[in-house]
Design a protein around this ligand. Sequence first.
Ligand code: SF4
Ligand code: SF4
Ligand code: SF4
Ligand code: FES
Length: 824
Amino acid sequence: MVNLIIDDKQVTAPKDSTIYDAAKLNGIKIPILCHDKKLKPFGACRMCLVEVEQMKGRQIPACTTPITEGMIIRTATPEIIKARELVLELLLLNHPLDCPVCDKAGDCDLQNLTYDYKVDSNRFSDLKFQHEIDYNNPLIERDMNRCVLCGKCVRICDEIVSYGALTFIDRGIETKIGCEFEKKLDCEFCGSCISVCPVGSLLARPFKFKSRFWALTKHNSVCGYCGTGCNLTLGVKDNKVLTTVYDENQGFHKGQLCVRGRFGYQFINSDKRLTKPLIRKNGTLTESTWDEALELVAGRLKGGSAVAALATPRLTNEELVVFKKLLLDSVGTKNFDHAAGYAHAALTEGFARSFGTSASSASILDIQKSDLLLVIKTDSYETHPVVGFEVNMAVKNKGVKLSVLSDKRGKLSKLPHAQTLVHLPGSEVAVLNAIAKTIIDEKLVNTHAASVPGYAELEKALSAFSAEVVAAQCGLTAADIKKLATDYASAEKAMIIFPVGQAYTGHNADLASAVANLAILTGKYGKEGCGVLCLSEKNNSQGAVDMGFYAQNGGLNGLQILDACTDGTVKTLFVAGENPLTSYPNRSKVKKALEAVEFLIVTELFLTETAAMADVVLPVCSFAEKTGTFTSADRRVQYVKPAISKNSQLKTDFEVFSDLIVKLGGQSSSTPAVLFGEIAATTPGYTGMSHESLKSEGAFAAVSMKPAFVVPQATASVAAEAGKLALVTGSALYHSGTQSQYGEGPMHVCPEGYIELSRADASTYKIAENDLVTVSSAEGSMQLKAKVTPRMPVGVAFAPYHFTAAPINTIWSGAPVTLVSVAK
Ligand code: SF4
Ligand code: SF4
Ligand code: SF4
Ligand code: FES
């Protein structure tokens, strides 16, 4: 610690502090404008000027000056106050005084500082800026007339988001913030720049003229999209969610969100929301009452051995457990699942057999504490963008090494010194096995590994996976595989990250065991900065696994349930919040199953295409209208509470399932809080948690591990066929499952499905950007817009799976790789 005196007060502060940090730590306020604790010091605005006695009273910026032993600092002398007033006068010289119509008013640092320093006149005069306001973009309005050139937007886009969309352009008084060559803003639309802009230069357009900032009530919540589990604050007025409000102290991610979290909230108040139960009468879905609908549903469920259920992992833990109770205890069926029965197999089967637990052995917080990150498939950035921010910061700020093993390049491949091995699609497990074999051959195995059960069998099985053989099969070089093996094994701390989800059919139990083998062989688990992080797709995918909402004890899994609907074994299907017609593989098979089943019950927010086929549709609440808990991919259990009160015609899924339990003669679970008490008492790792204890910041559910080596079965990579491309499906950055289709923000940026091709393939097939292309596989044929990008390898195409209007499951059967032909 360093001793110093600030404003006549003897204080101490850690030795790497700046004067600003030391003052803040000791409760002394120094005004800032360009400084942000998440960003590197910049020293642009001079609002934080202070005097240091040892520097002969010179005025220096507190935010960039490191403290030294014995420093005597004054933060508020008359000269300092005058200097700050001068800074404000100069900033206001060309700044329009349009606070009455600026959305930032009430939340504007410049406005607040001007008020604090009572700058009600200006000794200087000049013309106001006349920059053209950029309204081109549907999500971000850019008004450079208000800009104070603090550079925060430029820095956050570079340092945290790693996109680098913004920069300082022009010189002197003409300097402004823009895109290179004054191009239109075309970026990730994460809104991070908006969140840090201290003035009204960068504004969220969907919020424009919706409410004054101070008229909003702010409600802390948890993002309802992906498994990162970001915290967010919803800005509410008149019982409507009007925006997300930035809170730099929120969550591990310090308030940063991706486009889905920031701009995807509009579905909550969408006028397309269902508001009344619907019952099919004479072939038409007709508005009904809850009594009539629930009676009908209860009648179908009674004595229901021919009943099965599919649930979305976007439901709360409490809802999933009460649904499970309804199915197991009241209906008497064990045929229930979430996410098609394969998308979570990495956890339920892979980690269960390799680590003895169905949870990741690393957390998102480990990313910045690691020395080397091995990311399987660059899509981790698309599926979990804020995890991507953590990877960006680890690589850029902490010098963490990054190796990417992927079937295409992506944003992560562009990070400094990233090593990307682009292998043939579908060959991940073979490559991981070859890495494991190299680790054994090169004697890089941890001393305890040989005593882990299954070592001898693994060593034997890996004999077929020499780097040379696998490299030839997977489109890599043996040297690349060996280097990756050596880098991983020799790093003191290393972590493996991979995404799972409905589009990632190949990311199954075998992939999970293949990565687990690497961690166990090298002893890189169970300690800081190490382990394997499975990025489960939806906001509560890990919770659904923890709550046991999947096929067990002989129950049918999601895909088997659909087969059973087709063959008539399942006669009543209860779908809670899932949209299998778009998101499950093999659309024609799903359609056949939904048509064949005698009775289809759907709880939903919207009349999805699956809901449109139902016999009963029950309108339910979004995450912003209910109480419960979500468990993130790294097993953070977080409490959510209503930000708005629900429409009186809606029920939560919890209420629907509880009402049905009562109708079937059972006892209702009184409240989500009471039910969570049961969860805490029976779920490994949740012991001691309660809604009350989780309210402030949630808690990690402990993971206990019992490692074992498992021989993963590697599928052969798909052989190229003349005239065909290997199509892989996945997530688009701007979307999550099918829900984001109802978020106006994501749909503004990415409104439709597409097929992404390499330049070489585009040229071979004479396809140009935005051409409408007919894509055909053995399953079917559809039209998609072409995107031509440098990241795709020759012979490989990519298409996201989110869109009802362009359902990729028309051509995708569920195989990790689908051979397709493309033609204009
Ligand atoms: S929205 Fe995100 S990616 Fe786009 S400029 Fe702002 S910080 Fe950069
Ligand atoms: S646009 Fe906002 S964040 Fe960017 S430099 Fe200007 S004032 Fe700072
Ligand atoms: S979608 Fe995922 S990464 Fe984006 S804000 Fe929500 S939880 Fe965070
Ligand atoms: S806050 Fe220190 S120079 Fe801007």
